[in-house]
Structure formats: structure tokens, C-alpha cells
Design a protein around this ligand. Sequence first.
Ligand SMILES: Nc1nc2c(ncn2[C@@H]2O[C@H](COP(=O)(O)OP(=O)(O)OP(=O)(O)O)[C@@H](O)[C@H]2O)c(=O)[nH]1
Ligand SMILES: [Mg+2]
Length: 337
Amino acid sequence: MKFIDEIEISVIAGNGGSGCVSFQKNKTRTLNRKVPNGGDGGKGGDIYLVSDKDMNDLTYYHYHRTIRAENGKNGRSYLRKGKKGKDMIEKVPVGTKVFDEKKNMIMDLKFHNQSIKVAVGGSFGLGNHRFRTKRSDRFTEGKYGDKKKIFLELNMIADVGLLGMPNSGKSSLIRQISSAKPKVADYPFTTLFPHLGVVRTEKRSFIVADIPGLIDGASKGIGLGIRFLKHLERCSILLHVVDISQEDTRSPIERIKTIDSEIISYKKSLFEKERWIVFNKIDLLDEKFYKKTVDEIVQKISWKKKYYSISAIKKIGLKNLCRDIADYISSERTISC
Ligand SMILES: Nc1nc2c(ncn2[C@@H]2O[C@H](COP(=O)(O)OP(=O)(O)OP(=O)(O)O)[C@@H](O)[C@H]2O)c(=O)[nH]1
Ligand SMILES: [Mg+2]
């Protein structure tokens, strides 16, 4: 299965139909002149992109690299206008940025049902009835429609982004709290591309993004993570999921620092986002032990922001976490309004 979040496509709008040259039949032959009655052509179809919340990625365009709109039809006799070419309306996921050939952004489709005209159909030609000079056989041709390349880049729109090492339980968490059902398994890199899930709380709903795990060197392109970090750039909060039970060669503190340094190397603005630590898999540890461990970690790394102890599998601490996220998002929206 593919996940495509960047692609170049060609858009070819419809050509305008040409005007017609025709003359009215003069049955009585009383008039010694021809009356022009050729109709105008039809305009070429335009191409629009419309954001749709039900589209996940840009994979559709991998199989549809060229989008064409219909040509306008030529005009006909008796002043009949040629049919307008049908517009082409294609869906893109919410969060798609549209760039022109020179890579200048022309639109950021941030909300559901926003649209942009990316190629304009050619204008129609005029029939000879427009040129009412004597015995006129003048007409004009329809114009070519736009033909160009555009670039689409998806930056998913989510309120909350899940970050962490592979196997820390990010997908297990999103499965428990939201509608998303990414695969969960006991090996690294189970998640290969981002998933979005909607979480519904009493107060409000919010969207969570689960991305593949990050490892050492992610910011230099090692593993899968870096490629997908851009999907967290629009989030209000990042949740750094840490496996507290893991008997790894590295301590949880070292693992936290690894992720921190990867995020900072990727982009400072991402590092400066509101970020909470979520210590997961507490069901595998004795209560006293995990509390002591968590206290030690937050002290040693001088963590000043929020942190939570949860078990994604046993659903411990999830309600509290989701309630706080809903509160945070609501307060942030109020401030920014
Ligand atoms: N005991 C226990 N196991 C958990 C918990 N959360 C996740 N797991 C297990 O940890 C393993 C990894 O979980 P995933 O949710 O796939 O981890 P991930 O962070 O999405 O991993 P990647 O997609 O590889 O980055 C699975 O075997 C889960 O069943 C938990 O709270 N308790
Ligand atoms: Mg996963």
C-alpha cells in the first residue's frame, strides 16, 4: 500500500471551441446577400481542486498524473452556440498545498471544501454572425486552455501529533482513543505511514496523527520518521510516547533525549511546540516502581511541561489525557481567536 504526500501533476484545461461560418438560406432569393448565422464556440472546461476531509493522501494522483478538462465544442449554424467543455473537479486531502511550476505556493487548502481553479479553459471563438458586414465569412478560433505542471504537497491537519521511538505504543494509543485502526505489533516500524484518527470527548473532538517511529539519525534520513515529521508541523500539541517498561540498552532518559535532538535538528519550531511526555506501558510495572521511575526521569531532565503515565493497552489514564488535550486545544483556540 502506498502513501504519497508529494507529487507533480499536469493539468490541461479544455480548449475553446471555434466559431462557425454559416449563412442563412435565402429561399425566396429576393435578397441578393447572404446573412451570416454561424454561432459561437463553447468555452473550454476549467480544472479545480477541492479539499475533501475523506481523502487521506495523494496516492490517487500517482495513477492519474494528467488531469484534463473537456474541450468546448465548435459553434453551429442557425446561431447555435457550441457546448461548453465540462469542468474537471478533483478532490485532494485537507492540508494540501498547491504550488506552481516555479514552486511558488498558490493555495493552502486548510479546510474541508475549499477550492482553487488550477487551469483555466480556453475562451470560445466567435461565429460569423458576430461580423455583420456584407457576405462575411469571418470567424475566430477558440483559444487553447492552460496546460501546465503543478506540485501538490500534503501537510496533514491534526491537533495532536504522536512522536516516539518505534514500539513505544503510539499506534496502540491512537487505536484506543480514536476511530483510527493502524496496525499494532511487537516489532519496530509497524507503522509505515501516517494515520489520522478523530477523538471524541464530552467537551470537543480533536484529530490525532500517528506517524512512524523515530530513531537515532532520523533527521539525517535514517529510518522512516523524518519524511513524516512535516505532518506534525500544524499540530497544537505533540505527545512524546515513551515506553517506560522497556529493558533497552538505553535508559528512558537517553531515549527521550534522542527524540528531542532529532526534532530539534529537523526544525526548531517543531521542538518549541507544546509537547507533553506520555509514559506508556505502566501495566507492566509495579505501581510504586513506575511512579518512582517517572518522578526520577522528570527531575533529571528538568521537565517543566505536562506528563502522563498511561497504559494504552489496559486503557489506564487515557480519559484524563484526552480531557486535558481537549481543554488545551479549546483554550488555545480562544486565545488565538
Ligand atoms: N503491555 C503493554 N503493551 C503495550 C502497550 N502499548 C503498546 N503495547 C505493545 O507494544 C508493541 C508496540 O506497539 P505499537 O502500538 O505498534 O507501537 P508503535 O509505537 O506504534 O510502533 P511503530 O509503529 O513501530 O513505531 C505492541 O506489541 C503492543 O501490543 C501497553 O500499554 N502495555
Ligand atoms: Mg505504530
